[in-house]
Design a binder for this molecule. Structure first.
Ligand code: NDP
Ligand code: 2IT
Length: 450
């Protein structure tokens, strides 16, 4: 469609060198074609032209002192993308690969993900190119304080509510919250993913991984299948991967892989979850340590991966759960998975599959859950944390987990019903993109040109 192509060209010209953002935007814009053709109001109100442009982008300097007393300088980002449905909401990523294009792709995805949850949250994302690896606890604290010493003036419990993402967990949220409180003199729900001692929600830590497996459960139930006794592959070994593995065990599945930025573990007996938590959550060690405690498992360092492939995806499985990072599953990996009989790919990470891999999953009509639908459990429970903070109440684990399960079922139903409405019943990419877009677009029209 010429109209959409023109918008895409405009994006490339006006926001140069933002490849991840083009990738996320292209997938969504292409999906919108049948909607735009059927409903002229979106074109008339220039919703696409408006939605691809962040409402506000904040770029800032973060300088801090390392343990040697040397000055370090990093970049800080917060993109407040769209507030039609509620306060900007989305995580903060601390990783050396962070740049404006990465944060923009994550923020753009977040708009539609948050809309799909059915909750009142807008889309935003932020972070820094700061590398937490090898930093002392004091350095992490000083960095987080320096980061918040600028960010605090832009955020607030009903304005913009950041949370965690890669490299940002409860420890970093704690240091950032402390600084926010000191600078503003306000104890409010300005960040989610807080510690349970002082305002965090039960089940937030588990939410993204659990939610991803609930999504797979509903996708598979729709075709009369379950995860029971099925071999599953998981990538990553951070927050999302760990709780994906935990929920897979709850449902009687057998997760046999996990990975980190240096290599992967294949444990045919099933990943030892207690060991994994001890190594990655508590001690922040490399996965290579796993085989010291479990010699029957196999560790493969990245240097030994087959060229151009992520070896996690080369083992035969029923279902695959990419839970590490963007573009970690390419077309070669996708072909290998299908060749080995994989029936389900459910994304815990944001945009982990390359566009050609996504196209193949959709074309083959396997149960494919795109990240913006399948990993929405994390931000959903973040919103439940905001609700608990605002009402000064605390809900039980079971209450939050039951709500999470219901939200994931609802997201699946919304994406599936929308896919059927546009005559592509198994295409949850189309269903999720159109359903998320429509909700935000209708709100933008109703709120006028602001
Ligand atoms: P963590 O920092 O807890 O874990 C990230 C994991 O991925 C680690 O095992 C890390 O390895 C690995 N990893 C990170 N970058 C790379 C890379 N470039 N190459 C290979 N491995 C890499 O992050 P999360 O688990 O929170 O996030 C994982 C994914 O899930 C991200 O895409 C994130 O955006 C997405 N997500 C997270 C949500 C949340 O609530 N936390 C919600 C929704 C989506 P190592 O240990 O070596 O660093
Ligand atoms: O990508 C994501 O949805 C997150 N990192 C979680 C965002 C949040 O606000 O909890």
């Amino acid at each position: 469609m010429e109209y959409i192509k023109e918008i895409f060209k405009y994006l490339k010209r006006t926001s140069p060198a933002q490849n991840e953002f083009y990738q996320a935007a292209e997938e969504i814009l292409i999906s919108l074609k049948p909607l735009i053709e059927k409903y002229p109001q979106y074109k008339k109100h220039k919703i696409i032209e408006r939605i691809v442009e962040p409402e506000r982008q904040i770029l800032f300097r973060v300088n801090w002192l390392d343990d040697n007393g040397e000055i370090q300088v990093n970049k800080g980002f917060r993109i407040e993308f769209n507030s039609a449905l509620g306060p900007y909401k989305g995580g903060l990523r601390f990783h050396p690969s962070v740049n404006a294009g990465v944060i923009k792709f994550l923020g753009f995805e977040q708009i539609f993900k948050n809309a799909l949850t059915g909750l009142q949250i807008g889309g935003g994302k932020g972070g820094s190119d700061f590398d937490p690896k090898g930093k002392s606890d004091n350095e992490i604290m000083r960095f987080c304080q320096a980061f918040m010493s600028e960010l605090f003036r832009h955020i607030g419990a009903s304005t913009d509510v950041p949370a965690g993402d890669i490299g940002v967990g409860a420890r970093e949220i704690g240091y950032m919250f402390g600084m926010y409180k000191k600078l503003t003199n306000k104890y409010e729900g300005v960040l989610t993913g807080k510690s349970l001692n002082w305002g965090g929600s039960l089940a937030r830590k588990e939410a993204t991984g659990y939610g991803c497996v609930y999504f797979a459960k509903y996708m598979l139930a729709d075709c009369g299948e379950t995860l029971k006794d099925k071999k599953c592959l998981v990538s990553g070994s951070g927050n999302v991967a760990i709780y994906t593995i935990e929920k897979l065990y709850h449902l009687g599945a057998l997760p046999i892989t996990c990975s980190d930025s240096r290599g992967m573990i294949l444990d045919e007996e099933g990943i030892d979850l207690d060991l994994l938590k001890e190594l990655k959550e508590n001690k922040r060690l490399s996965l290579s340590e796993y085989t010291k405690f479990k010699p029957s498992a196999k560790y493969t360092p990245i240097a030994e991966y087959e060229k151009g492939r992520n070896n996690v995806w080369s083992t035969p499985c029923y279902a695959a759960f990419p839970c590490a990072t963007q573009n970690e599953l390419n077309i070669k990996d996708a072909k290998k998975l299908l060749e080995n009989g994989c029936k389900c790919v459910c994304e815990g990470a944001n945009m982990p599959s390359t566009p050609d891999a996504v196209d193949l999953f959709v074309e083959r009509k396997i149960a494919y859950g795109p990240g913006k639908a399948a990993n929405a459990g994390g931000v959903s429970v973040s919103q439940l944390e905001m609700a608990q903070n605002a009402s000064m109440l605390k809900w039980t684990f079971e209450e939050v987990d039951t709500k999470l399960d219901g939200i994931m079922e609802n997201i699946f139903q919304t994406a599936s019903t929308t896919a059927k409405e546009f005559n592509e019943p198994s295409n949850l990419v189309l269903g999720a993109n159109i359903a998320g877009f429509r909700k935000v677009a209708d709100a933008m029209i109703e709120q006028g040109l602001v």
